[in-house]
Design a protein around this ligand. Structure first.
Ligand SMILES: Nc1ncnc2c1ncn2[C@@H]1O[C@H](COP(=O)(O)OP(=O)(O)OP(=O)(O)O)[C@@H](O)[C@H]1O
Length: 582
């Protein structure tokens, strides 16, 4: 367990002459109103050199200048040749603050006499992008090292959605990147809602911007500008970015065994760009992640998880399940849940939590899109639930299934090598060999106030008769209780669910269903098409108890087999924060 590695990004090390406030992240996030306060006069004074990719023919001895302004109405940063929006100007670039994970001032070190050129004298570049080279350092930006001197680079680390080429970013905001063209309003017939919607498509991809700052005696303006930009980029993140420290848990055997690759190529580089510190470890055996959650001795080489602001898993839902059971076993579980944030980068077979968080945030499902949400740092409360079987209790985040779905999930383990296809094949088999299971099912419908959870009597004691509980006994084919919309990246099985609605949505098909109808339901449930079909019910409740009469199925909690027999559950509303942006 001692094989944990630590990464603390130092890319934001303070520049001597710029004062640490340019580079540190101690931002005042106290109110979203202050987030939109834009230092217009200061921004006019910060002159940037137009990158050669925008103007390849400019004179390097006398380069053109540009400025960053903030369009409050459209909520976009605009890089333009002029500040005056009423006169002719060139819009060079438009950057959506929502796409930005960090803004830094870095120093490019050069040798030789300072000139306005210097492109051919660059030293190192740290992000592997095309364009002018630079590197982050805490060296001073003046000539203090013999013939070495530095110049400031303003870097914007952004991940717009893939379908937006540079041109279409501009178009979606109604601004074309034509030289000498005045600022344009949204093109005819395009509503602001449509422009926003057009950005809700596509995967994210890396599109960073680097601007050389024109030499200036006074760097305070640059500091003020960067801080204002940062406030707009993350106005409500109460955790200072400096305080963020994540524990990344990687399951190398999840799904197609890509988790280590996903970490190295996608997650680690993005966290470093976002200046997030983190420790990571690769699991060596089943339940390794669960063990890691146990309290660490204070003198040990590992940090206790209470020292982290968040835990991120790279793998499947099984790792998240382990993480939650590990936390659940601690005496300080309540405190941990209150303070910890969780994130998931799906690299397993199903990836239900990751797909649900992406869906709730209008993001696509992919490692890059999930890593973006984690690096961006926005969080929202999600519900968890407490399940109890005869001898054990569990913290759950995803689904409980019994009968048809549990049989498919657990029995198809035998053909695990087939990936997600295993569920389709086993599903078809189970339609042919249809099984019905009898059970007593009791549930508590939600009331107006869902902010506090329900406390249930022990499983061996009767439920109250006078508090609105509904009781039934029936044959069931499908019994699938969810707190998430997706049980997997290709399984949008519970469209009525919301991550923080304080209820279970229980998808039920009773024993009177025909094979043909069940086949239709099975074919459509991957995209939620079963919702309005005959024989399909969605029951909302804040707590329930299931007492199987026909034995033989599995109790499948979050994709893991738990103790068979009677089971009961209650929602824990908004129990933990998750990295997402609903
Ligand atoms: N190093 C390891 N060797 C063997 N098993 C491991 C190791 N690390 C974790 N595990 C186990 O692997 C199991 C499956 O992991 P995980 O859920 O990440 O992948 P998956 O089953 O492919 O995805 P999903 O749960 O989304 O369907 C977990 O139950 C966990 O206990």
């Amino acid at each position: 367990m001692g094989n944990e590695s630590s990464k603390t990004s130092n890319l934001n090390a303070p520049l001597l002459s710029l004062q640490s406030d340019i580079c540190n992240n101690n931002m005042d996030h106290s109110s979203s109103t202050s987030a939109l306060e834009w230092p217009e006069e200061v921004a006019k004074r910060v002159k940037l050199i137009v990158p050669t990719k925008y103007d390849p023919y400019q004179d390097p001895e006398n380069p053109s200048l540009c400025y960053i302004r903030f369009d409050k109405e459209k909520k976009k940063f605009i890089v333009a040749s002029d500040f005056d929006t009423t006169t002719t100007q060139t819009i060079l670039d438009v950057v959506d603050p929502e796409d930005i994970i960090n803004i830094k001032v870095e120093i490019e070190l050069l040798t030789g006499a300072p000139t306005s050129r210097g492109q051919e004298e660059h030293i190192v570049r740290n992000d592997g992008e095309e364009g002018e080279q630079h590197r982050a350092t805490n060296e001073p930006p003046v000539d203090t090292l013999g013939d070495t001197y530095g110049r400031a680079i303003l870097s914007i680390f952004a991940y717009p959605k893939r379908n937006l080429s540079e041109e279409s970013i501009l178009n979606s905001c109604g601004m074309k990147r034509k030289p000498e063209e005045p600022f344009r309003e949204l093109s005819e017939g395009t509503t602001p809602e449509e422009a926003v919607k057009s950005q809700q498509l596509g995967h994210r991809h890396k599109h960073h911007r680097h601007f050389r700052v024109a030499p200036s005696e006074d760097m305070t303006d640059l500091s003020t500008l960067v801080q204002a930009m940062r406030r707009i980029v993350s106005p409500v993140d109460s955790t200072s970015l400096d305080e963020r420290r994540l524990l990344i848990i990687i399951n190398p055997v999840s799904g197609k065994k890509t988790a280590v690759d996903v970490y190295e190529k996608t997650v680690a580089p993005m966290l470093e760009e976002a200046s997030v510190s983190y420790d990571f470890f690769i699991t060596s055996y089943a339940r390794h992640a669960e063990e890691r959650m146990h309290q660490q001795p204070t003198n040990g080489e590992l940090r206790d998880i209470s020292d982290y602001s968040g835990i991120v898993s790279i793998g499947g839902d099984g790792v998240v399940h382990e993480i939650l059971q590990g936390i659940h076993s601690r005496p300080d579980a309540k405190e941990i849940l209150k303070n910890l944030k969780i994130g998931m980068v799906g690299a397993g077979t199903s990836n239900g939590l990751s797909a649900t968080l992406a869906h709730a945030s209008d993001e696509k499902f992919s490692p890059m899109d999930s890593a973006f949400m984690i690096a961006k740092g926005k969080t929202s409360a999600i519900d968890l639930s407490l399940y109890e079987t005869t001898n054990k209790s569990y913290l759950s985040f995803l689904t409980f299934s019994w009968a048809y779905i549990a049989d498919i999930d657990i029995e198809s383990e035998a053909i695990r090598f087939m990936g997600f296809l295993r569920f389709d094949l086993w599903g078809a088999l189970r339609v042919v060999t249809l099984r019905k299971y009898r059970a007593k099912f009791s549930y508590l419908p939600p009331t107006e106030d869902r902010s506090t959870g329900v406390t249930l009597p022990p499983l061996n004691q009767p439920l109250p008769t006078d508090e609105g509980w509904v009781y039934c006994e029936d044959d069931f084919v499908v019994f699938w209780a969810s707190q998430v919309t997706h049980a997997g990246e290709q399984m949008h099985h519970s469209p009525p669910s919301k991550i923080d609605d304080g209820v279970f949505n229980i998808f039920i098909v009773r024993g009177n269903v025909s094979r043909f109808r069940l086949a239709l339901i099975a074919l459509t449930m991957a995209h939620g098409g079963q919702v309005d079909m005959p024989c399909v019910e969605f029951i909302q409740c804040t707590a329930y108890r299931l007492e199987p009469i026909t034995m033989g199925s599995f109790n499948d909690l979050d994709g893991e087999v738990v103790e068979p027999g009677p089971i009961q559950a209650a929602v824990i509303p908004g129990a933990i924060q998750a990295f997402c942006n609903p």
